[in-house]
Every structure is written in C-alpha cells, then in structure tokens.
Write a protein that binds this ligand. Sequence first.
Ligand code: SAM
Length: 495
Amino acid sequence: MRTARESKNGYVPLPAAFVERVGREVPGLVEALDGTEPPVSVRFNPAKPYTMPADDTDGQVAWAEVGETAYLARRPVFTTDPAFHGGAYYVQEAGSMFVGWLLRRCRDAGLLEADGKGLRVLDLCAAPGGKTTHLAAIVAPWGGIVIANEVIRPRAKTLAENVQKWGTDHVAVVSNDPAEFGERLPDFFDLVVIDAPCSGEGMFRKDFGARAEWSPENVLLCAARQRRIVSDAWATLRPGGILIYSTCTFNTVENEENVRWVAERLGGEVLTFDHLPEGIVPGKNADGPALGWHFYPHRVRSEGFFAAAIRKTAAFSSLAASSASKTTNSGKKRGATNSGLTPLSANELREVRRWVSTEALPAAGLEHFVTGGDGSVYGFSTALHEAVTTLLSGRFALLYSGVQLGELIRGSLKPAHALALYPGLNRQAIPVTELSETEALEYLRKGSSTTLLPPDRLAEGLNLVTFQQIPLGWVKRIGRRYNNLYPPAWRILHY
Ligand code: SAM
C-alpha cells in the first residue's frame, strides 16, 4: 500500500544509492523522509513588532531565543499575509536557525570580541537571504554589519529585495565570485558564513525535485565545489576569525570530511560547544570531538541541515594576504573620493534627517548620508559606510546598501520604497493610514484608486500605508485620485 506522501503529485522515490547508504549510516532517517510531514517555521523581525495569532502557531524552535521563532500549526499561503510582505517575519527552515545559535555561542565564549569597530560578517552564499536577515538581526545591537554576497545575479536581486523588506541599515548586498573576497579583502571579516550550495539531501522530504537531481557523482562534484569556495574566500577571514560552514545535506563527504579538510589544509580549529539542544547529532569523528552538528528530521523538528564552526589559525592568512595586498592597497589609496559616494550639503542633510529617527532601533541607526552613483540618497551606520567605501574602491558589484532614502528634488526628499520599510523611518514626518487585510492585499496587488480605498481616508500628498502597524509602502493622493506607489516588480500576482 502507498503512503499518503507516495500518493502526492509529482512523487519521486528516494534514490536507491541514497537509501542504501543512509539506511546503514543513519537508522530511522529513510522512514522519516517518506513517512512524515515537514514542519513550517518562521523567524520574527525584532525591529517590526508583530504578534501572530496563537492558533496559527505550534511551539518555538528549541535552538532559537525565546520569542524569536514559531512553528506554524499548518502551512499557510504566505502570499496572502500582508505582514509577510511587510517583513514582519521570514519563513525559514528551523535547522538553518542554528547558525544564529552558533553565532551567539561564539560571542558568549569571547571568540568574537568586537574591537570597537563592530563585528564584520560576510554571508558568502546568501540568496535568498534567510541567514542574512538572521545574522543582521543578531548583530544589530552589537553595532555589527553584514555583507551579503550572492554570485548569481538574479538571485542577488531577490536577496536585495528581502534585505529591504527586513528593513536593515547595516547590510550591504554584493554579487561577486568568492575568490574576489579572498583576493581583494584579506583579513577583513571577523565571521564568514558559507551556507554552501550542496546536493540537497536534507530537502528530500519536502522537495521531490531534489530527489530527482541527486546522484552519487553530484555529491562528489558538490564537495569539490564547496572546498573551492571555502579556499577561495579563506583569506578574507582574519586570523582568529570564525567560519560557519553549513549545508542542507546529510552525507559526510560534503560535511565532516570538508570540515576536516578545511581545518587541516587551510589552518583552523573545529569548535565544540556544550549543552546542545536535544536531538542534534554530533558530526562523526573517529579520533576526536564532533566535526559539526547534524539535524535529522527523525530527531528534531526540522528538515536536514548540517553546520560547523571553525576558528582560523594564523599561517595561511599572511601568505594569502601578501599576494592579495596589491589590489587592496591600490583600492584603498583611491579612497572615498573614488567610491562614487558624494556627501550631502548642510541643507540637504537637514531635509534628510527629518525623515529618520532612532526611536525604534536597537543601535545608533543612520549616521552617514551620501548620494550614490544612481542619484539616490543612502544612509549608513558608520561601520557600514566604511565597509561600503572599501567595497566600492575594491570594485565589488554593490547592489544595495544601508537604506535607500530617496531622491532630493528641489531640496525635498522624494522617499524611496525602502525608506517606508525601514523601522528607523520617522513616522511623525508623514501621515499614516492603517489598512484592513483586504485593503492591504489590494495595495500589494498594486490596485488603483478605484479598487483600493476611498480617497478621504488619505491625507493630500504622500501617505505611509500600514497593516497591523507594519509599513507596506507609499500612496500619493492628488485630490480625488491617488497613485499606488508599490514597486511594480514586487507586486503580488495571485492570492
Ligand atoms: N544562505 C541562503 C539562505 O539562508 O537563504 C541559502 C544559500 S543556498 C544553500 C546556496 C547559494 O550558493 C545559492 O544562492 C547559490 O546561488 C549560491 N552558489 C551557487 N554556486 C556558487 C558558487 N560557485 N560560489 C558561491 N555561491 C554559489
């Protein structure tokens, strides 16, 4: 008799070679992949207060902070929830949130002491932005910054969109090859997260496509590519800095063996921690402590995941840095004047500052305001401003950074969409209209004057529209009509 899952549309059996290996190595896993349903989990945005109805939730992720996450009682259609579009929460695999657990434990153990300049984090394989938004939320109160990189350009654009929705002021999105970080920014980052492209065995329960694509040969190709990515980027991690390496696959070739290879060949110490949440399985190591940690769907409420933390020891770095310093030094000499960022005049600054406030922020918020190469005004924290200047001098492909505030037209700011989504927006600067759920969905669908809401609900001119106090974007009223300014590329098509 077929199980309920086997009767599902598009069902693909687990690959025989996978079943043979895993059946031997991880008892109970195969049965879970075909016999149980995947959990759905979300991570809340600490900068956008929002309470999910209690009936919709079913407990919290054990390796996250209290109140940070929720499992959902059933899988909703997220497109129909305006709070999702407003960046109130991110839908993320529970196992992936372990990266946050590792970051916090490293910091608690004094392994990521910020030296006054704030923690610099590189999320090297970042799209669509699950780990980026998590890292950004954690390092914000510490004055840290996150450089989120995605080599595949269309995916990098989705990453930039998700970063804007999350509403950060301390994240920059770039689209570069990992080797360019190693070559042009030696010893720059305190923490590098490599959530590597992998053979995806951990997705076998919920994604039948991953089963269809899997082969033993592909596992080996993935493992080789992962080693290349780590070694290409290794020089960008400062000595003593930490690499968090993760995959969503089960096999030891892409996990433990790669972790051992990084430690032995590139020069690192694999970190271990006590008091791990129940059900997490230490990575195999015949002759020593755990080489990372596995998340198995039959042991924890999560799809498959693996993560390890490796502390960089010295030797490799100075070697790589000396060969790479030529590029970086020449970049640095050109400095900020060559970065394409132009400071604002005193009047312009006064106008721009009117739009921002630190009231709702965990950190200092925007401290530097500049006009970028696209003519838009951007705001940055001091640490991010420095990093972005360095990235531009090093000719990195910068897609988004800080907060895009808008364009100055005859001395007045015409606000950008990103400013509406930024928790540091000064709500006193602008009339605010709260929308019902139906109105909010119509707004996100980019509904027009006739379908959205009566014009009298809006003030003349620009209005911020919110759903449950979470900003969604701008509407401009001109007499009896108004323009829905939601970005056309982001509009929802079906609900
Ligand atoms: N960290 C992301 C998150 O939490 O949302 C998921 C990242 S996904 C597991 C791996 C990413 O690596 C993909 O976005 C993929 O485009 C990117 N990638 C693929 N090939 C790569 C390569 N050769 N170097 C760097 N990144 C690569």
